[in-house]
Design a protein around this ligand. Structure first.
Ligand code: PLP
Length: 390
């Protein structure tokens, strides 16, 4: 569970062969879809190893390859693959691991499109799925079937931050020959190392903290060389949801400041959480480091640091939630998270939930806040004036 040893070496230098491009400090964007072979023999060799040679950019691109090496190193993985979105990385990891007749176990409150993949797409391919309350490894163990092939985890999840004991679940899966996948978007590789705990595949929505500037969509899958090759030869190359060289370059740039951004966001979020927890209009603050968080021992054991994402349950009705959100001036109202800018995402904004609250896995009065890089006082003042409007 140690953080990557020489973090600044990985972020600043690993994979960057400056001597090959005029000693430029920043690598170029290799904006080319294809590579010409000097001889037929060279072409044959390139096609035989599309993952590591240069033949076609859907398979390998030098700018994307730099990011690939860095993310693998950050996760302590043998290799990694980059995708055009986090959703593509999740889907590729899952699709490479199952076939008709298999069973997949997932967590109860996954990211929305992971839920759609597991509950709606997989059954059409003859794969059965069940989503269980995975906070207790015994519940996971009891839900396994002889045909279970994959366990899909997300710890913490991204609305209510429930955690799973990754080491315990990895151990019981390995004992039965079941593969495990963990979505590590929330913690980032700096905050948690699922592979070191025995998980087989780590996936990321790098659209969030890794890129950090709300300007790129990116997904990553980190695993052993054998699993990466399996995913590459399956969904990676056939579905083709790959990262563009330009977006890879933006993420390389974003990664340089990841430790600094997380440090600042965590410090600000701590102050915001203290303010909100003491406010009469806030029923509950959801945050792994909050005083009343229900799984403090997992926070202590699995998470190396806090970050800037939290949710609040407001003590009001939907109209009150709308008055609060409509009244925010510095928080932008948007769905994603992890960028430089603070965001508010009200669950009731997804559609009109009046009368349908029971269909939701989270309270309809929940508002997720992504804390950005603004001055903490500015954010707290904005929240205070918006809470007064309830
Ligand atoms: C956003 C998100 C995803 C999907 O990532 P995209 O980059 O938006 O496709 C997957 N998992 C979690 C936890 C997320 O927050």
């Amino acid at each position: 569970m140690n953080p990557p040893g020489d973090l600044s070496y990985i972020l600043n230098h690993l994979g960057e062969e400056r001597g090959q491009y005029a000693n430029a400090v920043v690598p170029p964007i290799w904006q080319s879809s294809l590579y010409a072979a000097p001889t037929v023999a060279a072409m044959r060799a390139a096609i035989a190893d599309e993952l590591d040679q240069h033949f076609y950019t859907r398979g390998n691109n030098p700018t994307v390859a730099i990011l690939r090496r860095k993310l693998a190193a950050l996760e302590g993985a043998e290799d990694a693959l980059l995708f055009g979105s986090g959703a593509a990385a999740v889907a590729a990891g899952v699709l490479a691991s199952v076939r008709a007749g298999d069973h997949v176990l997932g967590v109860q409150k996954p990211y929305a499109w992971t839920r759609t993949l597991l509950q709606r797409m997989l059954p059409r391919l003859g794969v059965k799925t069940s989503l269980v309350d995975a906070r207790d490894p015994a519940v996971v163990a009891a839900a396994l079937r002889p045909e279970t092939r994959l366990i899909v985890l997300e710890s913490p999840n991204s609305m209510t931050f429930e955690q799973q004991d990754l080491g315990a679940i990895a151990a019981l899966a390995r004992a039965r020959g079941i593969r495990t996948l963990a979505d590590n978007s929330y913690a980032t590789p700096l905050g948690q190392s699922p592979l070191a705990l025995g998980i087989d595949m780590v996936v990321h929505s790098g659209t969030k903290y890794l890129s950090g500037h709300a300007d790129a969509m990116v997904g990553a899958l980190c695993a052993s060389k054998a699993i990466v090759r399996e995913v590459f030869e399956g969904p990676y190359m056939t579905l083709g949801a790959v990262l563009s060289p330009h977006d890879a370059w933006l993420v390389l740039r974003g990664l340089r400041t990841l430790p600094l951004r997380l440090e600042r966001m965590a410090a600000t979020a701590g102050r915001v959480v203290d303010f909100l927890a003491a406010h009469r209009r806030v029923r509950r603050v959801y945050y792994p480091q909050a005083a009343d968080y229900p799984q403090p021992e997992l926070t202590k054991r699995q998470l190396r640091h806090a970050n800037g994402l939290l949710s609040i349950d407001l003590d009001t009705d939907i109209a009150g939630v709308e008055r609060f959100c409509d009244g925010l001036k510095r928080f932008l109202m948007a769905a994603s998270w992890g960028g430089y800018e603070s965001l508010a995402f009200p669950v009731c904004g997804v559609r009109d939930w009046r009368g349908h609250e029971h269909e939701l896995s989270v309270p309809v009065s929940l508002v997720r806040l992504s804390i950005g890089l603004e001055e903490p006082e500015v954010l707290i003042a904005d929240l205070a004036q918006a809470l007064d409007r309830i």
